[in-house]
Design a protein around this ligand. Structure first.
Ligand SMILES: C[S@@+](CC[C@H](N)C(=O)[O-])C[C@H]1O[C@@H](n2cnc3c(N)ncnc32)[C@H](O)[C@@H]1O
Length: 336
C-alpha cells in the first residue's frame, strides 16, 4: 500500500496541462516590451502600467505572473529583470533574443488541434517549408533564428578549431549565422550557405550586413535531393534534424560525406534525445511539433545520429553536448 508521501497527486499533471499559460505570459511580455521598460526604470506596477499603456489591473496581472515565473524579481514594490531576462530580453542588448521567443507563436493555434494532427496520415516531405515561404516570411523567420543562432555560432567556433580549414558548406544554414561567425573569426575561410530559394535571398542580406559577401555566399537548393556543392572541408547542418525521418537524415549525411573533401569534418548540430530515448523534453517536443506539418520528422537520438555518421563512412565519430538539454553536436571525419 502506498504511503501518503509516495501517493501520486495531480499537481504535476495540472502544471503540465496549464503550462501554455507560462508561454503566453512570456510571449506577451516580450511583445509588449515589458522587460525593456523595466530596464529603463519602469520598476513598479504603476510605472509598468504607464510605460506599456495598460490598465493598473492588467499591469498588476502581468507583473505578478512574471514574478511567479521567475522572469522578474520582486523586492517589495519594486521589480527587476532576472539575470537571463536582463541579458536576452532587453531590446538594446546585442544578445537580444526576443524574436526567438516568438518564433513558434505562429504555430499556437495548430498546437490546440494537436490531437487532430496526430490522426493525419498524409506525408509532406518538406513539412512546414512545403507551403512555400514568401521572402517576407523567410525574413521574419530568420530574424528569429538569427537572434538565437549568433550565440550558438559563437559557441561553435569556440568549441571547434577551424584554423586549418578552407571552406564550409552549411546545409539549411538559414541566416548564415554559423558561416558569418566562422568567417569573422578565420580570415582564410570561405563559406557557402545552402538553403531553400526564398531563404537564400534573406541569407544574402545577413551576409551583406556583416560585410562578408566576398567570402560567404548563399546557394539555393534542397539538401534532400539536389547535388551538394563539392570542395568543402567542413560541413555543418544545424537545427533542422527533427524536421526529417531517419531515412532522410541518413541519406543527407551519406551525401554530405560523399561531397566532403577527404580529411574533412562534418558537424550535425541538432535537438537529440539521449541514447535511451528518455528525454530531454525539448528535442522530444520539436519532434512532436512535426505532426503539425505532416512531415516525416521525428526526434532522433544521439545514438541514431552517431549511427548515421558511421554508416556513411565517417571515422572518429563523437557526440558533444552543445546547448545543455537543447542541442547536441555529433561530429565525424571523412578519412583522408
Ligand atoms: C530552424 S532553421 C536553422 C537555420 C540555421 N541552421 C541555424 O541554426 O540558425 C532550419 C533551416 O533549414 C532550412 N531547410 C530545411 N529543409 C531544407 C532542405 N530540404 N533544403 C535546404 N534547406 C532546408 C530551412 O529553410 C531553414 O532555413
Amino acid at each position: 500500500m502506498s504511503t501518503p508521501a509516495s501517493r501520486p497527486d495531480t499537481t504535476r499533471l495540472q502544471r503540465l496541462a496549464h503550462s501554455y499559460r507560462d508561454a503566453a505570459a512570456l510571449m506577451a511580455a516580450v511583445e509588449l516590451g515589458l522587460f525593456t521598460q523595466v530596464a529603463l526604470g519602469a520598476d513598479t506596477e504603476a510605472a509598468v502600467a504607464r510605460a506599456l499603456d495598460l490598465t493598473p489591473t492588467n499591469a498588476e496581472r502581468l507583473v505578478t505572473a512574471c514574478v511567479a515565473l521567475g522572469l522578474l524579481i520582486r523586492d517589495g514594490e519594486r521589480v527587476a529583470n532576472a539575470p537571463d531576462v536582463a541579458r536576452f530580453l532587453v531590446d538594446w542588448e546585442p544578445t537580444y533574443a526576443g524574436p526567438w521567443m516568438l518564433f513558434s507563436k505562429p504555430d499556437w493555434n495548430e498546437w490546440g488541434r494537436l490531437s487532430t494532427h496526430l490522426k493525419r496520415r498524409d506525408i509532406v516531405v518538406l513539412g512546414k517549408y512545403a507551403q512555400g515561404f514568401s521572402v517576407e516570411q523567410a525574413r521574419r523567420y530568420h530574424e528569429a533564428t538569427y537572434s538565437i543562432g549568433m550565440g550558438a555560432a559563437r559557441r561553435f567556433v569556440r568549441q571547434v578549431d577551424l584554423a586549418g580549414r578552407r571552406q564550409i558548406l552549411d546545409l539549411g544554414g538559414g541566416s548564415g549565422c554559423y558561416c558569418i561567425v566562422a568567417a569573422q573569426r578565420h580570415p582564410q575561410l570561405r563559406a557557402i550557405v545552402l538553403d531553400l530559394p526564398p531563404v537564400v535571398e534573406v541569407t544574402r542580406e545577413f551576409i551583406a550586413s556583416h560585410g562578408l559577401a566576398d567570402r560567404v555566399t548563399a546557394q539555393a537548393g534542397d539538401f534532400t535531393r539536389d547535388p551538394l556543392p563539392a570542395g568543402s572541408d567542413v560541413m555543418i547542418m544545424a537545427s533542422n534534424l527533427p524536421q526529417y525521418s531517419r531515412e532522410i537524415i541518413q541519406a543527407v549525411v551519406s551525401r554530405a560525406f560523399a561531397a566532403l573533401q577527404p580529411g574533412g569534418e562534418m558537424h550535425l548540430i541538432g535537438e537529440m534525445l539521449d541514447a535511451a530515448r528518455t528525454g530531454p523534453r525539448d528535442p522530444a517536443l520539436w519532434g512532436l511539433a512535426e505532426a503539425l506539418w505532416g512531415s516525416t520528422g521525428i526526434a532522433h537520438s544521439v545514438a541514431e545520429c552517431r549511427d548515421y555518421f558511421e554508416r556513411a563512412g565517417f571515422r572518429s565519430v563523437a557526440a558533444h553536448e552543445f546547448v545543455p538539454g537543447i542541442l547536441t553536436r555529433v561530429t565525424g571525419i571523412r578519412p583522408a
